[in-house]
Ligand binder design. Structure first.
Ligand code: XUL
Ligand code: CO
Length: 436
């Protein structure tokens, strides 16, 4: 019997519904700016929190009881987990999922055995995907849980660990490619340091640059069409992670010649940990041409760590989707729920309601963002604010025709004496509140 057998397929009932097992805003076929809502949002269930999460915290062990947890034939349990996973994808009508290699199959005693386990579950996925619309948003390798990676994977002082990680990534990329993955993600799980007194930072950055180049070379070698995405995060698990935020990663990509090969997977909670807003990270990626995909969640604003809660606050997501739409929307990317249940949310129903609520939050946010774009007031205000840069002298300044002395002459000649104008922040805040 399915773990989710008590739960019906979720359907759209509209904003007036009080049924927590129905969508109020998410309506896959509804056209938003000429495109189906499902194709804008491209939702994905993440395997690790949703099927592997145990409710554990630093002060206590597992609270969740899933039929695929516990002792026994670990591959049989992995198959049971996969069955439950596809049942949930069907119930939610989620178009995509995402996984780490170690989420889907148990680690063996050798890498060859671990790869065989991963490949066997991937075969099961391929079977399930044959008669379903479900697709893979991205795959990735877990290079942070096993103790061999405690000092990093690509950035480990031991080249054997680098090589082991590279071999593990090769298999994860092969599996992602075989399942038609739209992207391959690298989150620098333990690529950082605990203390500088035992760390050669320059050496570690060179190692990380080589590792990423190996990944990009292999992508082209096997003809993988998806995007390679880096997921920035400033700290946790290490005290300082090298992929701190979008801007830092951009500098790294440029240094190692990868700025045209790699894009970003931006996570809400990671942006918050970096001292940014989520929309700051999205707009930075837009400005640099690097927007790939998002990990949707939210952090608790008091706790200071990565709480990975389901997104439930639509104004918070609306500005994010506004900037995503302004940047042209997702191509290979999507909205991956890197979100986990709270420790006391024990039931199958909690898991479903969390996803339904997250999907509705994002759908409502997308509608608000699209309405803001269609109304155009915000874009007009921006255009007006920068309009003087279109004037001939301003174009000469920006275009490099004037050097510093020329600009000084121009200021004297034209008797330039700037008069400040209002930035209209409150007026614009009031304006966008109309759409929330
Ligand atoms: C960790 C995190 C990861 C990545 C995939 O904070 O977000 O789950 O999304 O490795
Ligand atoms: Co993430």
């Amino acid at each position: 019997m399915s773990y989710f057998s008590q739960i019906p397929k979720i359907v759209h009932e509209g904003p007036d519904s009080d049924n927590p097992l129905a969508f109020r805003w998410y309506d896959p076929d509804r056209l938003v700016m000429g495109k189906r809502m499902e194709d804008h949002l491209r939702f994905a269930v993440c395997y690790w929190h949703t099927f592997c999460g145990t409710g554990l915290d630093p002060f206590g062990g597992d609270t969740f009881e899933r039929p695929w947890f516990g002792a026994g034939d670990s591959m049989a349990l992995a198959r049971l987990k996969a069955e439950a996973a596809f049942d949930l994808f069907d119930i939610l009508g989620q178009p995509f999922f995402s996984f780490h290699d170690r989420d889907i199959a148990p680690e063996g005693t050798t890498l060859a055995e671990s790869n065989a386990n991963v490949n066997a579950i991937a075969d099961l996925f391929a079977d399930k995907m044959r008669d379903r619309p479900t697709r893979l948003l991205w795959g990735t390798a877990n290079l942070f849980s096993n103790r061999r990676f405690m000092a990093g994977a690509a950035t480990n002082p031991d080249p054997d660990v680098f090589a082991y990680a590279a071999a593990q990534v090769k298999n994860a990329m092969d599996v992602t490619h075989r399942l038609g993955g739209a992207n391959y993600v690298l989150w620098g799980g333990r690529e950082g340091y605990e203390t500088l007194i035992n760390t050669n930072m320059g050496q570690e950055l060179d190692q990380m640059g080589r590792f990423l180049n190996l990944v990009v070379e292999y992508k082209h070698k096997i003809g993988f069409q998806g995007a390679i995405l880096i997921e920035p995060k400033p700290q946790e698990p290490t005290k300082h992670q090298y992929d701190f935020d979008v801007a830092t990663v951009y500098g790294f990509l440029q240094r190692y010649g990868l700025e045209n090969e790699v894009k970003m997977n931006i996570e809400v909670g990671h942006a918050v940990l970096a001292g940014h807003s989520f929309e700051h990270e999205i707009e930075t990626a837009n400005a640099l041409g690097l927007l790939g995909s998002i990990d949707a969640n939210r952090n608790d604003y008091q706790s200071g760590w990565d709480t990975d809660q389901f997104p439930m606050n639509h104004p918070e997501m609306a500005l994010a989707y506004y900037f995503i739409l302004q940047g042209g929307g997702f191509t290979t990317g999507g909205t991956n729920f890197d979100s986990k249940l709270r420790r006391q949310s024990l039931n199958a129903e909690d898991l479903v309601i969390a996803h339904v609520g997250g999907m509705d939050t994002c759908a409502r946010a997308l509608l608000a963002a699209a309405a803001m774009i269609e109304e155009g007031g915000l874009a007009q205000a921006l255009e007006d604010r920068y309009a003087k840069w279109q004037l001939p002298e301003a174009r000469k300044i920006l275009g490099g025709e004037y050097d510093l002395a020329d600009i000084a002459d121009y200021v004297a000649r034209a008797n330039i004496n700037p008069h400040p104008v209002s930035g209209r922040q409150e007026a614009l805040e009031v304006h966008i509140n109309r759409f929330m």
